[in-house]
Design a protein. Sequence first.
Length: 331
Amino acid sequence: MDPVALTRQLIDIESITGKEGAAASFLADYLEKLGYAVERMPVEGERFNVFAKPANVDAPALVFSTHIDTVPPFLPSSEDENNVYGRGSCDAKGIIAAQIAACEQLRARRVSVGLLFVVGEERDSLGATIANQNPRGSKFLVNGEPTGNCIALASKGALRVEVTAHGCMAHSAYPELGESAINKLLDALQILRTMELPHNPEIGSSTFNIGIIEGGRATNVIPDFAKAQLLYRLVGPSEELRKSIVSAVGSLADVEFVLDLAYMRFITIPGIPTMTAAFTTDIPKLTAWGEPVLLGPGSILVAHTDREFIAKAELMQAVELYAQIGTFLLS
């Protein structure tokens, strides 16, 4: 198989989160043609995870895994002498291709390995959540995200928060007759912006992003509703931070925690350079699939951008690194 060609094929199948069906079907058919026993693991509607293992293996000891979905917008593939471009090139369709190629190498050596490709990582890790309810007996999980082919010592967690303020509508000429939900939300957000966040000497500080703000009816109406969607990158347990957020917001707004992915530490492999991931992965939702390793080709700095790409040399190096990791862990 040609990992570069497969990467381009995958990029050219749009699989923005929620619309992964076509890409998942392609992968399932592709792996069946290679001779794998393939399971289409239902997730939601037409969305499904893909689990594949050698036909003669009951429960692979090691599973390579990453996600099928991408962020919007769809960007078709292209390439030059050095790089492959397009949405998902490094996050994470090039990784899928590298993992399949590595699995082929290990399968040829009769090593007990499998593949798990999940949906929904870019939004809520729904595919990983479903997969964790259906483990297949693996002892190790090698997860792929863009780490520049370094092996991660740890990755930050993620806490998604919705802060919703309520008010009372009135004519904007008589603001004293209403109560502005937007003003209340802005006050709450200002308090949260100045709140001290946890620090971990090994990985740095937690970070905070106000991703989406919505609310109001019209410019001449005192708004009765306003909501903000926030994301905290965690460097430790979330319990104390959750309490601090609720306390800081107080009666200004309602607080709902919609996603909580833990800070994680990982297995390392001798001879492979290390890094610390400031981003979050599906690994906290895949704990039933074995001890985790995190490594993948490409740079997280170009993921989610209109210039996303993966270097061909790095893609091919990842194939050898995945095979090396599998051999080491199962030796």
